[in-house]
Design a protein around this ligand. Structure first.
Ligand SMILES: *Cc1c(COP(=O)(O)O)cnc(C)c1O
Length: 398
């Protein structure tokens, strides 16, 4: 294991500060390292493994498809892709879907579609997109420009022209920034990388009205919040609104790399043959995995989503109890479903490391926020176990 980790620092681009941990196997809510040590996984591949690790439905879907057909070009019709698009359309606001391979690519596609729609309907000058400070939309050139955080852009200038930023959850700031050159507003329903930040309940209703009054497109980046993460298939359902364009990735394929950009018919019409493409986008293998994932999320009257909502409340209530005990460490508790942030008075990286030693994987975001994004198939017992480990760490710190 030591040798492999040495090779990692020698042969891989130095873009991640990885933990000295080599994971080789996973089952449900547990992963195992090279030495066979078991870890309870509250990272879940950062909101990717919605059904846990190696869910049998996903495994069998991939195995069967791998024997049949792994890849053909989008020059041809692909059966699993057609079935997946239909399933997504039947369960969302959207009329049409474009498949790609990641969240950043889905957002790239959304940005391109919004610009084209703006030009098609309002003229050449209508290409500005407004996003929020503290947002995260990906790591490509367009999506680091869309991302309202200085740290992801530093050193990569010049950025893409045509982006403006406003504070999240501030409707007046959005009204001031929006003008006849704005083609779209692009927001996360809950800011994930920004530290699990929820807007006030009325914010998205007001954003929706503002967009409707001005003919501006509303793009919702549900790359992290989508696919049941918040207890609904899409987080916008909590606010009672629908976007014009939505992007998905992370949880969509139950672990395989797949992204999607969804739109209403009249918006989607601005993409015509030759305007956008992706070699791997929506290939047979990943589409079968996504079909298995969505079918499992929806089966038994959305049992897993209802459990996610219930367990999210259980987790948050237990965190409030923990806060009573450790008020000097815990500042704030935020979240919906199984996307929960615990803001601390201190850097959370040492706590992440201490948890790892005790067999718990948990993530740190925005410096001081512990982020809980476990599989939606987690149990109360797993939650109790995770919080006992954290309580033990906090107790030693206080
Ligand atoms: C993770 C994330 C992205 C980027 O997805 P990649 O697959 O890493 O490109 C975009 N938007 C949000 C909200 C995300 O959480």
């Amino acid at each position: 294991m030591k040798r492999l980790i040495e090779d990692a620092s020698r042969y891989l681009m130095n873009t991640y500060s990885r933990y000295p941990l080599l994971l080789v196997k996973g089952r449900g809510t547990r992963v195992y390292d090279y030495d066979g040590k078991e870890y309870l996984d509250f990272v879940g591949g950062i909101a990717v493994n919605v059904l846990g690790h190696c869910h049998p439905r996903v495994v069998v879907a991939i195995q069967k498809q791998a024997q049949r057909l792994i890849h053909v070009s989008n020059l041809y019709h692909i059966e699993p892709q057609i079935r997946l698009a239909r399933l997504i359309v039947e369960n969302s606001f959207a009329d049409r879907v474009f498949f790609c391979n990641s969240g950043a690519e889905a957002n790239e596609a959304a940005i391109k579609l919004a610009r084209r729609y703006g030009k098609d309907h309002f003229g050449e000058e209508r290409y500005w997109i407004i996003t929020a400070y503290n947002s995260f939309h990906g790591r490509t050139m367009a999506t680091i420009t869309a991302t309202g955080q200085e740290k992801v852009r530093k050193g990569f200038e010049p950025l893409l022209p045509g982006f403006k930023y406003v504070p999240f959850d501030d409707i007046d700031a959005l009204k001031d920034a929006l003008d006849e050159k704005t083609c779209a507003v692009m927001l996360e329903p809950i800011q994930g990388e920004g530290g699990v930040r929820l807007p006030s309940q009325e914010y998205f209703k007001e954003v929706r009205s503002l967009c409707d009054e001005t003919g501006t497109l509303l793009i919702l980046d549900e790359v992290q919040t989508g696919m049941g993460r918040t207890g609904r298939l899409f987080a916008c359902e909590h606010y009672g609104i629908e976007p014009d364009i939505m992007t998905l990735a992370k949880g969509l394929g139950g672990g395989v790399p797949i992204g999607a950009m969804l739109a209403r018919e009249d918006v989607a019409a601005s993409f015509t043959p030759g305007t956008h493409a992706s070699t791997f986008g929506g290939n047979p293998l990943v589409c079968q995995a996504a079909l298995a994932t969505i079918e499992t999320l929806l089966e038994d009257d959305r049992y897993i989503l209802r459990e996610c909502e219930r367990l999210g409340e259980y987790l948050i209530n237990r965190l409030y109890k923990l806060q009573e005990e450790f008020s000097g460490i815990i500042v704030d508790i935020r979240g919906k479903g199984l996307m929960v942030g615990l803001e601390l008075t201190r850097e959370c990286q040492p706590i992440v490391r201490a948890a790892m030693e005790r067999g718990l994987l948990i993530n740190c975001t925005a410096g001081t926020t512990l982020r809980f994004t476990p599989p939606l198939t987690i149990t109360e017992k797993d939650i109790d176990r995770a919080l006992d480990i954290l309580a033990d760490i906090f107790w030693r710190l206080s």
